[in-house]
Design a protein around this ligand. Sequence first.
Ligand SMILES: Cc1cc2nc3c(=O)[nH]c(=O)nc-3n(C[C@H](O)[C@H](O)[C@H](O)COP(=O)(O)OP(=O)(O)OC[C@H]3O[C@@H](n4cnc5c(N)ncnc54)[C@H](O)[C@@H]3O)c2cc1C
Length: 422
Amino acid sequence: MRNISHEEYDVIVLGAGAAGLMSAITAAKKSKRILVLEKSNKVGKKILMSGGGRCNFTNRYVESHHFISNNPHFCKSALKNYTPQDFIDLVEQHEIEYEERKHHQLFCKHSAKEIVNMLLQECNDLGIKIKTECDVKAVDPISNQELRNNLNAKNTHYRYSINVAISNKQGVEQLTILCQSLIIATGALSIPTLGGSDYGYRLAEQFNLPLIERRAGLVPFKFNDHLKNLCENLSGLSLPVIIDCNGTEFEESLLFTHKGISGPVVLQTSNYWNPGDTIAVNLLPKLDAMENILKQKEQNKNVTIRKHLNGLMPKALIIELQKLWWPGYEDYSICEISNKELRIIGAHLNKWDLKPSSTEGYKTAEVTLGGIDTDAIDSKTMEVRNQKGLYFIGEVVDVTGHLGGFNFQWAWASGYTAGLFA
Ligand SMILES: Cc1cc2nc3c(=O)[nH]c(=O)nc-3n(C[C@H](O)[C@H](O)[C@H](O)COP(=O)(O)OP(=O)(O)OC[C@H]3O[C@@H](n4cnc5c(N)ncnc54)[C@H](O)[C@@H]3O)c2cc1C
């Protein structure tokens, strides 16, 4: 008999981000021994950076239509188990001041750090152990036979063994850890410097779970044609627009950047965009531009198109659009331009078809679309259907929220659900 030294836990959580910490807190209310293993040197890095440092921690109104997934119904059960109000109650218990911004988005009044501190305090009060700088080398299902023969475990309820190298001041400690339930909350690919990793997908492959193709979401667009110059010239300028992409519309502000376009409306749109798709930008959402410009002509208004648009959109943008849509007519009055030309210009203003060359990718994306196919997971528990005691939660799963606090609400809700059943 080979006796391997090991530690034993009821629940192990891989990943100390939003979902992982919430699952540990929930599990600790019914099980005693909970351990969280975090790869990086700090917990909750994305929470700290979120919402411009103020963490848009939830949204007052969360519905399944705020999420993208191959199975749009999958998220419903978890979202019902743990509602925005549940998280608000926790925030209030910890006396964290928050504010409601437009579209019902809730942000910390002071700092995202308060949310991380709140979660850590909950963990501390519940006796949850957290180890950082953990390099998980292997995760293996274990049989009772192995437990008896090799590990001399105190009971035979353990289902997984984890080999991990933990860096600390003394050096690197190699550890074998046994657990009954294993919750994978290792997040997704976005922003590698904040912990973005493919670990969850690799583990899913090890257990033969299907994956939905991944791509960057909530991410700015880039252009590599003449529009790159236009965007560069307008960099920093923003205006309210509507963007339609593949039949889904968002109305919010658009921001020109050095490489292309960003701003809330663009980030939202990027979740529905696939390479090669065209997006339609309505620069004058409140106005039928064609009708408006023709009316000016009927009324014999002796103004240039540029002057007509002044006050309706930023001047710098008008100058750039002039180069695109009415070159040669810069100094003509509307009355001197044919109705046909004016109709074309008006139509462009309400529907500017743009074909981004790409997105900025995982380096700046707030989320990763796709992930572990929800068919493999029981939506009521977040447990893998054919793998007792193994749970996947948070962003690693094929559930992605719109901008506005929905991604954190999914992390809290899926984490809570797994914690209840693990
Ligand atoms: C810049 C930015 C701003 C954002 N702002 C908001 C916002 O305001 N509101 C909102 O709702 N959403 C926001 N999001 C999205 C939100 O942060 C994520 O959806 C959410 O953090 C996902 O939670 P998670 O726990 O699944 O993953 P993460 O929070 O990414 O946590 C995963 C954790 O697992 C660790 N890990 C990875 N691999 C391993 C491994 N092998 N072993 C152990 N640990 C591992 C990582 O280091 C990380 O700590 C933002 C995202 C970014 C990048």
